[in-house]
Design a protein around this ligand. Structure first.
Ligand SMILES: [Zn+2]
Length: 75
């Protein structure tokens, strides 16, 4: 058997399991999350085990525009 399913992967978003592109987890000194406002509603959905250990990805964590439009997707 491998790792327990509950172990959070610091490089993956706990909400959608995609790469969270976290600069801090990659050993860089900065991260996209330093320059955006994280959505408190997204942070509230994080599993207890992932809090403080795994970042959400930009798609899940960045606050949506008030008009409901989507953020531009990467090509
Ligand atoms: Zn996500």
């Amino acid at each position: 058997m491998g790792r327990p399913m509950t172990t959070p992967d610091p490089t993956r978003c706990p909400l959608c399991q995609q790469d969270n592109a976290c600069g801090a987890a990659a050993g860089k000194s900065d991260c996209w999350c330093f320059s955006v406002t994280l959505d408190p509603a997204a942070l509230a959905k994080l599993p207890e085990a992932a809090k403080g250990k795994a970042c959400v990805c930009r798609t899940c964590g960045e606050k949506r525009p008030a008009d409901g439009s989507r953020w531009p997707e990467k090509p």
